[in-house]
Every structure is written in C-alpha cells, then in structure tokens.
Design a binder for this molecule. Structure first.
Ligand SMILES: [Fe+2]
Length: 480
C-alpha cells in the first residue's frame, strides 16, 4: 500500500518522468470506436442513408440500442421492454412511416436495407461480436501515454483469478487541491480523443477511450443522466445502508449481473430486493444505457482483443450451462454498477475481486465542471486526468488503484461501470466446481505449476505494436 500523504507521494519532478504524451503514429487506430458513421458509410449501398432521419441510430454499428438494434434482455431472459424517451427520439416504424406512392421504389428499397441491417444486429451477441477492423485503417490514431508501471507489478494472486486486496488510500475521495498538494500531474482531456496507456513492457494496459463521434451522443448521455437521476429519486426510502454508502464513497449504488451465488453454490444472477431489481431492470432496458454498455464492450474487443476472447471462451459456456442472459444485448461484461449519485466520487481503491488481467469499463455521467472535479485518479500510474460526462475509460480495475475527485456543491455526477468478477472465470476453469474441491494435482493440471498462469495471463494485454496482429488473430481467424 502506498501511504497517504505528501511525504509518501512521488515528487513533481519524478511524476514528470512517469508520463510523457507524444503523439505517435500507430499501425492501428481507433477509428471504428470513434467514427461509427463511417462504419456504415463504408458500405456504398448504404451511403445514401447518411442523410436519412434515422442516421443517428442507423450508424450505431458498434453498439446496441438505436434503430432496430438488439434491445437489452431482462436478467431473467424475458422479452426486452423498450422505454422510449424524448431525449433518445428513437424512430418507431408506424403506418405513417410507410412510403407513399409518390416516393415509389426508393423508399421501399430503403426500408428493405433498414430491415436487413436490423436483422443483422439482432443476430449479434457478445459471443460472436466482430468489429469491422478495416474501417480503422483510415482514421485517427490514439495518443500514447507512457506510464512507469508494468503488468508484472500487478498484485494478482498466484493463480491470478483475483487480485490481492489493497486498502483504500483514504476514507474520503480526493479533492483537486489534494492532487496539487501531493504534486500529482493532472492531464487535461476533453473526453473525446483516445489515448492508450502503455506500460514499461509496451503493453496497452488501459485506454482513455473518449466517446463515439456521433452527433447524437450528447442525447445518449442526457438520457442516461435522466434515467440515473430518476432511479435514485424513485428508490429513496428503499435503498439499504450499504447501497447508500459504499466502501468507495457516499453515493447510491446498485449492483447488477452475474456473480458467484453462495446460496446456490454456483454463479447466478445477483439477487436484489424487489424495488432495486425493478430499477435495475429499467436501467438495463434503457436504450441509452445499453448503447453506452455496448460501446464499452466493443472498445475492449478492439483495444484488448485477447482479453475479449478470454472472456468469451469462459463466459459463453457459463451462460449456456445456467441459462443466463447478458445484462445488455451485446456487452460482454457480466456485471455492472450503477452509481446514482447524486455526487458519485470514489476514494482511491482497487476492485480486487475482478479479473486481474482484464478490463473494467467506466463511463462518467452527470452535469459537472470537469475542470474542477470528477477527475479520474490513476493512483498507481502517477497521474490524474479530467473525466468529462459522456467519456469512457478502460482500466484493469483489480490491480490499478483508482478513484475520483469530488465535484462542486450543487453539481451531480453519476457513473456506470462494467466488469468481470474473477470468480466466474475460476469456476469454469475448475470444471464448474470450486477450487477448494480440487486436489493440488488437479489445480496444477489446470493452471500450471507455480505462477505459470499468472505469467501467461500477462500476455493477454496486447503490446502496442502487436495490437493489429492480435485483432487479426482473434477476429479474423479465431472462433469469435
Ligand atoms: Fe473501482
């Protein structure tokens, strides 16, 4: 643990050496994540649709929600329920949308194309997700942030199913003044451009993803803000003490998804009280929240393809065995936290129960001045970054301690996180049994001797210069 206090923190000069921010050319880029309109526009036959009223949803090629996209499933696997809202303005096909005689064949052709795309989207799931990698060859490159930290520093347990527990740095979240007092550099970020966090060994250990370059993204964020606020207000009087004050900070948080269920002695959907589950279902069914979830999943597929495949290889059989459904139609992450505020800010912590060599997706929401608060603190990487509403980050949250700075009075901040509990991977690798039920010889056969598995898992992170090759390996030739 790094003790709290200015005397224990790196000096400003040493912090300066921890990071540098050159813009360099990469053999791959984040075009597909940030310019989804082009994902559709590349298909010439669809180019005419770009001026269509349904553009905002039609271009949603890397995520869920929107026009005809697969809607999120209820956690019980039931039919999804759409809660349309003015902010999303999702097009709904009615008789009035049918082409008039005067529009003739052009409108009919457009409808057939739209229905074809809808059918394609409905077939998607996290298990067969396929990013359109070739689109990325045309567009912008991410900036690189080199960090003086390495995956070999990760405090994973020997078999690396979870991380070693680390104490919270301090009970309350840091302030911007705290960061200044300890000399921690603060990187400006408008939350739109992508940055890759590259470790000592040139592994891409994390990403400042930014946000999709869609003109409707502000509406997506506004709708997510609305439904998060609505959930907290409606749930007042129902939340438990632990839901109102988490170990990370004082804000309302709901937890959803698949985790290890002790009462059933196997993984299952996390149990929640009735009102909480009602709120969670509504959040999961909201197209804006689902779209943010899909963006996070697609981002991990693109930026960490081997980790994505690792998740698929273990989670798909788990879901099949127990008849489980994903929280969101095509998001790979089995669990999610809805941090409902009103002022969500976490003390510096690590989420040690998550997969150590995997990513957690975090999206900032709310209305706050990101210059004055809400910064994301990469404690173990030695810097903080502005984190505006609507922007997303991918980090290995089990091993890299992180937190947020507090926001100003009267402001609101929510956040949405997706992650994978390490216990799920372990359950599958142990043959749908607990590790405790296995002999040491059986464990060694599964995980190798010593820290063999830990060493192997480090390489799930893609090296900066090998990302394109990893994408090809996973998505062009592999099973996914
Ligand atoms: Fe966290």
């Amino acid at each position: 643990m790094t003790p709290w206090g200015p005397q224990a923190s790196p000096s400003l000069s040493s912090m300066d050496r921890l990071i540098n921010l050159p813009v360099i050319q990469s053999p791959v880029d984040f075009g597909p994540l940030l310019d989804r309109a082009l994902d559709v526009a590349e298909e010439e036959e669809d180019a005419s649709l770009l001026d269509d009223a349904s553009l905002a949803c039609a271009v949603d090629a890397l995520s869920v929600g929107g026009d005809g996209a697969p809607l999120p499933q209820n956690t019980d696997g039931g039919s999804p329920v759409l809660h349309p809202s003015p902010a999303m303005s999702l097009p709904v096909e009615t008789d009035e949308d049918q082409p008039s005689q005067s529009e003739g064949n052009r409108e009919g052709k457009r409808m057939r194309r739209r229905n074809k795309r809808r059918a394609e989207r409905e077939k998607r799931s996290p298990w067969n997700y396929q990013p359109k990698l070739r689109v990325g060859e045309k567009h912008s490159t991410p900036d690189v942030i080199d960090v003086s930290f390495g995956v070999e520093d990760f405090p994973a347990t020997r078999n690396a199913y979870v991380a070693k527990a680390q104490a919270i740095i301090r009970e309350r979240p840091l302030t911007v003044q705290d960061l200044k007092d300890i000399g921690m550099p603060i990187k400006e970020w408008e939350g739109k451009t992508s940055h890759v966090l590259r470790d000592r060994g040139k592994f891409n250990v994390g990403y400042l993803l930014g946000q999709p370059n869609d003109e409707d993204w502000p509406a997506v964020v506004a709708e997510a803000n609305r439904v998060f606020e609505e959930a907290r207000v409606e749930g007042e009087g129902h939340f438990t003490a632990s839901e109102k004050k988490t170990r990370r900070g004082e804000f309302v948080a709901l937890v959803a998804g698949v985790t290890f269920c002790k009462s059933k002695e196997h993984p299952d959907v996390r149990g929640n009280l009735e009102k909480q589950q009602e709120l969670i279902d509504r959040l999961c069914e909201n197209p804006a929240v689902a779209r943010i979830a899909g963006f996070g999943s697609a981002s991990m597929a693109y930026g960490a393809p081997k980790i994505y495949r690792h998740y698929v290889d273990h989670l798909e059989p788990l879901y099949e065995r127990y008849g489980l459904s994903t929280l969101f139609g095509d998001s790979i992450f089995p669990s999610a936290n809805f941090n409902l505020g009103p002022q969500s800010a976490s003390a510096v912590h690590a989420d040690s129960g998550n997969v150590p060599y995997g990513h957690c997706h975090i999206t900032a929401l709310g209305n706050f001045d990101h210059k004055k608060g809400g910064h994301f603190v990469f404690w173990d990487l030695g810097f903080a970054v502005e984190f505006p509403p609507g922007a997303s980050i991918l980090i290995p949250s089990a091993c890299v301690r992180h937190g947020n700075t507090v926001i100003q009075d009267g402001e609101k901040r929510y956040s949405f996180t997706q992650y994978c509990p390490g216990s799920l991977i372990q359950w599958v690798r142990c043959g749908f049994r607990t590790a405790k039920s296995l002999t040491q010889a059986e464990r060694d056969e599964i995980d190798g001797v010593g820290d063999a598995r830990r060493q192997k898992l480090m390489n799930l992170f893609s090296k900066y210069d090998e990302l394109a090759a990893d994408q090809q390996l996973v998505f062009k030739k592999g099973k996914i």
